[in-house]
Design a protein around this ligand. Sequence first.
Ligand SMILES: [Zn+2]
Length: 140
Amino acid sequence: MQIVRRPLAPGETNHELLWLSVSSGGLALAATWLALRLPWPICLFHALTHRPCLTCGATRSAVAFFHAHFVTASQWNPLAFLFYCALSLFNVYALAVIVMHWPRLRILRLTASEKKFIRGSIIALFALNWVYLLTANPSL
Ligand SMILES: [Zn+2]
């Protein structure tokens, strides 16, 4: 694996602009949804099984996160909380490189074993998060 800093190549997807736009648009949509007091999303898995799914609590975690109640946010859904932290860091990075015309960070040349490790780690994180939701968060 190699992490490099380089200018955006001609024709290359501007991931920073793309994902910052998606993230900001999603945040605006969610804020509008909540401001209009529209009904919260219902988890079909939870409704059918009375057990939390992998993402149960993510909405409540997001609301707590954006009110700076970070402990509460991490208790609702630890993996969602980590995602919101990573997304916030990415958005700050993306905004900085776009505004300042700085070189972009790119991860290059992942080996097959590194890809396998990353996939396994993601699956393990989802599994651990689900175990947490099933055992430690009875309010779901
Ligand atoms: Zn759910």
